[in-house]
Design a protein around this ligand. Structure first.
Ligand code: OAD
Length: 258
């Protein structure tokens, strides 16, 4: 097969046979103005994980949980994709179905940048569901700032954010595991490498048959907890490093085109 222009421009060697598995975390949305979780200004500084991101916290104080996710909805609705989101959307445009994006993020900035072949393993901020029955999650951008705003399902259950909390099973694991089996390049962006199971994806991919040829890259301003598992760590902000790494020109990254 003939290499595309993008494949030739990219700083990560891309052959026409390569399949990308991209994992993103809160860091990719940091330059869009959305707070990350850990670190000095992180969301978990102001809130305890068990209060707002666990089934027990929901049972104890749904008002507090909804206030937290309503604030996240408000922040995400006011944010725009940055060059890192656009670089991934543009890479997908070149690679087609050889590109798969798994995000731990619940915001919709990847979609708004143009990504299509993606899964949200921790759920989606603009979806809600019943906490009792199995009725499908539904699109919901409402803000629930006090108890009077809360909704009930037809079954009597309470409507909760469609977020995967600590102690719950991440979404799309079957698809994720299948993609980990067949990728040849793994690109991980802006995630601390401490939250399971995502922190182990790079290890799982390296343990599979035929993993000798697998290349694994990390992009972020600091080394993640699982840094030793990567072929190369590219230090820097995703919005600056990613467009350069995947061969996207500066004007394109500003315009949002491939
Ligand atoms: P964290 O807040 O733990 O980590 C954010 C990472 O982004 C850190 O490694 C930073 O170095 C990096 N970072 C910061 N600014 C960046 C930038 N401009 N470009 C690139 N990287 C940058 O967030 P996650 O690791 O994504 O789960 O968190 C994983 C999960 O833990 C989240 O999905 C959330 C959380 O608790 C749930 O709420 C279920």
């Amino acid at each position: 097969m003939v290499q595309s222009k993008r494949e030739m421009r990219s700083r990560i060697a891309i052959s026409s046979e390569d399949r990308f598995f991209v994992l993103t975390g809160a860091g990719i949305s940091a330059e869009s103005g959305l707070a990350t979780f850990r670190g000095s200004d992180g969301l978990w500084e102001g809130e305890r994980v068990e209060d707002v991101a666990s089934p027990r916290g929901w049972q104890r104080d749904p008002e507090r949980v909804w206030r937290f996710y309503s604030q996240r909805r408000k922040a995400a609705a006011g944010a725009a994709p940055n060059p890192a989101h656009r670089a991934l959307a543009s890479l997908e445009k070149s690679l087609g179905e050889r590109f798969f994006l798994c995000t731990q993020n619940v915001d919709d900035l990847h979609e708004r940048a143009g990504s299509r072949n993606l899964v949200h393993m921790h759920g989606e901020l603009f979806q809600s569901r019943c906490d009792r029955c199995t009725r499908k999650a539904f699109a919901d951008a409402r803000l629930y700032m006090c108890q009077q705003d809360h909704l009930r399902c037809e079954c009597g259950g309470r409507i909760r954010p469609d977020i995967v909390w600590f102690g719950e099973v991440p979404y799309h694991m079957e698809r994720i595991l299948a993609e980990l089996q067949r990728c040849t390049v793994m690109l991980v962006v802006g995630t601390s490498g401490v939250v399971q199971p995502a922190a182990n994806f790079v290890h799982w991919a390296r343990l599979r048959d035929g993993a000798a040829a697998l290349r694994t890259y990390y992009v972020g301003p600091e080394h993640p907890a699982n840094a030793e598992a990567f072929t190369q760590v590219f230090e820097g902000r995703a919005g600056e490093r990613l467009p350069w790494l995947v061969g996207m020109s500066e004007e394109d990254s500003v315009r949002g085109e491939a």
